[in-house]
Design a protein around this ligand. Sequence first.
Ligand SMILES: Cc1cc2nc3c(=O)[nH]c(=O)nc-3n(C[C@H](O)[C@H](O)[C@H](O)COP(=O)(O)OP(=O)(O)OC[C@H]3O[C@@H](n4cnc5c(N)ncnc54)[C@H](O)[C@@H]3O)c2cc1C
Length: 469
Amino acid sequence: MMTLLSRKTATSSSRETAMHGPDRREEQERRRKKVARQVPLLAILKMIPQHLALFLLKSGLLHRLSPVFHLAESSHQDVVRGLTSNKELQTVFSYLFYGVPPNDSSFMINALLLHHYKRGAWYPRGGSSEIAFHMIPVIERAGGKVLVKAPVKRILLNNGRVTGVAVQRKDKEICIYAPVVISDAGIFNTYEQLLPFVVKKKPEVESLLSSLQYGMGCFLVFIGIRGTSDELGLKSTNLWIYTESDLNSLMEKFQSLEYEEVCKQLPLMFITFPSAKDPTYSQRHPGHSCMTLLTMAPYDWFHQWSDQKPRNRGEEYHTMKMMLANHMVERAIKEFPQLQGKIEYLEAATPVSNEFYLRAPKGSMYGAEQNCSRYQCDIISRMRSQTAVSGLYLTASLREALGIYGSMDSHWDSDKGPTSAAHFSLILNGCFNKKVSIRPLYIKGRMSSAVGWQVQYTEDCYVPLRCPQ
Ligand SMILES: Cc1cc2nc3c(=O)[nH]c(=O)nc-3n(C[C@H](O)[C@H](O)[C@H](O)COP(=O)(O)OP(=O)(O)OC[C@H]3O[C@@H](n4cnc5c(N)ncnc54)[C@H](O)[C@@H]3O)c2cc1C
């Protein structure tokens, strides 16, 4: 077992430190920190006019500006092999839980993930629903409305310009008209589900979509446990389990195995205890705790049930998903034997569950595949908030990094359209005309400790919203 300690707990005697010589460690840390500091430069590629971005790229000037562009484009494996020949250490530096092995993933993304964990990951006090809970009043104060059970069926267009959206309400469609539509439904949902086919066939759209792939899906097991985290000795930490340390070969094997073999071998699995991370959990659910298990799962495994609704997918689906779920639970109990006989509740979710509940295309966990080709500077510069349709903007596709922070790193200025990278929000406010209607969140500090959400929702008024302690 290898332990990756966060900054607070890392000590010079930790196993992690002992594994690498001091010079290699410094070089890895130097690059990791450089990436973390300079990643907002990638956002600039999306903000400047596209022809300028292309000029910088083609002339080679871009790569002279900062090494982050090269580190974004480079495969994780190539960079890490230059840093250390220690195979175990190469594994620790990698992050496989978005389905892309080190030979095809971007060094930048893995460095950011490691940096994130080294600094100590965040968990929202009160659970992840707190994020939406605190966003809603901000949107409402800005004059907005938050609708649930209101799927957008189509984005309305007139002469190639956006005019609003059509929302499904029971058996009829309701049209909501607006001069601007910002879609956070993701690049695939927006172009493939919500816009007419002719838009998708535009050369610039077709070329962008053809350079992206659907990300891999995941399989989750949610478990309710009798006993508190303290009683059971469950810690606020994550466990990533791999059956071998060569993650390229592991992923190859994983993809070649039959479903039954994956169930038996479980090449990769993640264990976490949300209840141990949330200081309010024991007040909200006295005497209980919870565990989440995750493994990657190709969509094809469950594809045949994608048209059916949850609970109506039949016995075969249920048996198949429980086979994997039970093996995962057995594996988790090997790691945490104190949980034997304590499980009170168990629910499993497949990629088709994700597709239904999260509207994640093909059940993908992090949107478009986070492979190396997605982080080529040319693609980064083309994945802009502006779309081929006048008045329509995308947020999620702006992400410089996967995950929640990555998707919050997009925001909106009513004159210039959404821009990217929260760190630039204040600078941009100064530069651009500020008739802002809604401005999503600028997060300061840690979610777990008295968060500051800084939101601009009228012309020049910043509203710091403090979450309850
Ligand atoms: C199981 C799991 C665990 C994860 N754990 C973490 C983690 O620990 N940390 C982390 O940082 N990230 C994590 N992620 C990833 C993170 O959740 C995503 O990267 C992030 O939510 C992406 O945000 P987004 O706004 O781009 O898309 P989403 O959060 O997917 O938001 C898109 C929204 O658009 C809605 N939508 C789509 N189509 C329509 C339509 N036609 N009409 C109306 N609404 C529509 C969807 O319902 C959805 O609510 C996890 C993801 C999964 C699946």
